[in-house]
Design a protein around this ligand. Sequence first.
Ligand code: GRF
Length: 185
Amino acid sequence: TKIAVFASGSGSNFQAIQEAIENGELNAKVELVVTDKPGAFVVSRAEKFGIPVLALNPKEFASKADYETAIIEALRECGVEWIVLAGYMRLISAVLLTAYPQRIVNIHPSLLPSFPGKDAIGQAIEHGVKITGVTVHFVDEGMDTGPIIAQAAVSVIDDDREATETVIHKEEHLLYTKALQQLFK
Ligand code: GRF
């Protein structure tokens, strides 16, 4: 399965997916990494793996539709079949959703529908929940609202945000690979 990974930040999920592919755990090929942040660390990670990067600044386009249309052209050129969002900090509009119906997935660091949006881990800790987790879901026009594909629970470690984050990110890397393998069968 030919995929594109969209990311705006560190890209640890991208790396976990790429490593799972290289280990033979995931039957896919990352044809392209798409980022809206040319300076993001995910770009260095992609280069290390020799994967082409499309870095487009949305502000240089007249509209979101134009921006997404440019992305779609690049995706079509590489024959991309699925879009995997991994820390991509933008809502996807109808233009991309129509081009890839039921073929765009996202990972979010909470048990949705709890704590959508930014800093889900901080929101969970602030709320005082004892169990949070990770969700893989199909993408729709909302913020972290599409149909749920897979979830895993993670216990909050009292008074230790950093340790809790570490466990959540580890779980993300495992769950995303597993969920994608199911989808690509
Ligand atoms: C992850 O926590 C993901 O769930 C969220 O953004 C973060 C991205 O991390 N949507 P990374 O860039 O993959 O390291």
